[in-house]
Design a protein around this ligand. Structure first.
Ligand code: C2E
Ligand code: MG
Ligand code: MG
Length: 523
């Protein structure tokens, strides 16, 4: 009841009751009752008594009516409070795991900075540690057991994290990202807790009879109360988590200032790359592919080269990685392929253009039509184009990859399996798709002389190519001894610094002329 009198309706009810009491006291003091009975007697003939009675009954009825309205109002207010609570809960919680979400985390910062509102125990602590957890390999699990299975996994992971303690301080930020707040931890305890988190998450989880496993990358950062908004620490914990993830699954790292520098550098590079792609400043260079039987040039592999304004050349794996992550790869690829096809038109028509396709592009259903569109526009016959893909490009979405390869093959484009032996499930890929060529990775060519096992693997790979009637290319030939050895074993094509590094288009034409001259002089 005291709650009611704090509400607006309650306050109004109290005011009206007080006013009534004051009027009643005033009436009693002024002997209003005597006046009233004199009035009734005086106008008795006119029915004054009935009038007064009507007033009294009307007053009593109004009183009962207002009591009923107040009861209604209370009920309405309770319903509204319940709806508000539900809306608040929905806005601040994740429906799947029932954990508070990012918005709740951001609101938590507000309650922390209000000294009197210490709703949570950890708000009283001097320092807290924010742990950012991201699952490793969650996408693969989703692919394996479906989205429903993925949901079961997330619920179980949430349960396990909560069971480590601090259950009211575990948040799900979306996807497979969790944030945990630990109070008053020493450095040693932080390290220990991060390890325990990883152990808890990585224990196998049974879903529909499958025992599935995910990894966890953990980053953490200390936050001192009052020093800055809590989400700043969460952001730095995220950076530490990304760094941990880049080192492989199941790593935990505390935030270090160098991580922030790395992010700033990366953002600057991303901006520079965007401009470079727009200005078509990234150019294809061409590395010769030599027919080991005849010594002739049989092709050139286009390799992207980027020298920034300061004259620094940025390695392809760096800028191609960024282009893949940011979605700029399609534009970069179209620019490079257009340029390469136009350069290839100047070469002898039996010289093939080899062109690399990134793994992320193999998820693009339109890839084959993009390639063919550029080919048609340039006028280069499809038979003179060879697409190089790595094994990893085929596992992202094998069904889409199969369609792309079929469409390219049907148009006459050749397909080479690049970096053979270094990726995922090489033999399975060979069994599944029809390749025109396999390119033995340069790591095998570099080590076979000192490592007997590698040597046997090189032999086996060449044998495999021959028995499947697929041409073999050896990458990374740098020495005459390697060339002699690979030629003796029947390798079809060679590529490497021994023949030439990737060169600009003008030099490629000169290289062809020179090589042909040397061959005709020798033969
Ligand atoms: P990749 O397709 O396997 O290209 C061969 C890499 O080996 C090239 O490195 C080439 O310069 C290097 N190489 C060739 N011969 C030798 C040698 O004798 N010794 C040594 N140590 N290295 C040799 P690069 O140009 O740095 O390219 C690295 C990777 O970046 C390429 O590997 C390819 O996966 C990717 N890449 C390059 N250009 C493109 C492109 O235009 N598009 C895409 N998607 N990827 C590209
Ligand atoms: Mg390649
Ligand atoms: Mg390669």
């Amino acid at each position: 009841m005291p709650g009611f009198f704090r509400s607006r309706a309650g306050r109004q009810c109290l005011s009206v009751m007080m006013l009534g009491t004051v009027l009643w006291l005033l009436g009693a003091w002024l002997q209003f009752g005597d006046g009233l009975s004199a009035f009734v007697q005086m106008f008795d003939d006119y029915g004054a008594e009935k009038l007064v009675l009507a007033f009294v009954i009307a007053g009593a009825m109004s009183f009962i009516y207002s009591i009923l309205r107040i009861a209604d109002l209370r009920q309405e207010m309770e319903l509204r409070a319940a709806a508000q609570f539900k809306a608040d809960w929905t806005a601040t919680h994740d429906h799947l795991t029932k954990l508070p979400n990012r918005y709740a985390f951001e609101r938590k910062k507000l309650t922390r900075s209000t000294p009197k509102n210490h709703e949570h125990a950890e708000a009283e602590a001097l320092n807290v540690t924010v742990f950012s957890v991201d699952l490793d390999g969650f996408k693969k699990v989703n692919d394996l057991v479906g989205h429903k299975g993925g949901d079961i996994l997330l619920i179980e992971v949430a349960r396990r994290i909560c069971s480590l303690g601090n259950a009211d301080c575990v948040y799900r930020f979306g996807g497979d990202e969790f944030v945990i707040i630990g109070a008053g931890m020493t450095e040693e305890r932080e390290r220990h807790f991060a390890r325990v988190l990883i152990q808890a998450v990585t224990r196998p989880i049974s879903i529909d009879g499958f025992a599935v496993e995910v990894g966890a990358s953990v980053g953490y950062e200390r936050w001192i109360e009052g020093s800055e908004p809590l989400e700043n620490a969460a952001h730095r914990a995220d950076l530490a988590m990304y760094e941990a993830k880049s080192r492989g699954p199941n790593h935990a790292l505390a935030f270090e200032a160098s991580m922030q520098d790395k992010v700033a550098e990366r953002a600057a590079l991303e901006a520079k790359l965007r401009t470079a792609i727009q200005q078509k400043a990234i150019r294809p260079f061409y590395q010769p592919l030599i027919d080991l039987k005849t010594g002739d040039i049989c092709g050139f592999e286009a390799l992207a080269r980027w020298t920034d304004d300061s004259g620094t050349s940025i390695p392809p794996p760096v800028f191609i990685g960024i282009a893949e992550e940011t979605g700029m790869i399609t534009e970069l690829f179209e620019n490079l392929l257009t340029q390469a096809c136009s350069d290839a038109l100047a070469w002898h028509d039996r010289i093939v253009l080899s062109f690399n396709i990134s793994p992320v592009q193999m998820e693009d259903r339109l890839l084959a039509s993009r390639v063919l569109k550029v080919l048609v526009a340039s006028g280069l016959p499809p038979e003179r184009l060879e697409i190089e893909i790595t094994e990893n490009a085929l596992i992202q979405d094998p069904a889409v990859a199969a369609v792309i390869l079929d469409e390219l093959h049907a148009a006459g484009v050749q397909i080479a399996l690049d970096d053979f032996g270094t990726g995922y499930s090489s033999l399975a890929q060979l069994a599944r798709y029809r390749f025109d060529k396999i390119k033995i990775d340069k790591s095998f060519v570099a080590t076979y002389q000192d490592d007997e096992r590698q040597e046997k693997i090189v032999r086996a790979m060449l044998g495999l190519g021959h028995s499947l009637n697929i041409k073999t290319t050896a990458e990374g030939i740098e020495e005459h001894s390697q060339l002699g050895y690979l030629t003796r074993l029947g390798c079809d094509i060679g590529q490497g610094y021994l023949f030439g590094k990737a060169m600009p288009a003008e030099q490629a034409s000169a290289f062809i002329a020179e090589r042909m001259q040397t061959l005709s002089a020798a033969g």
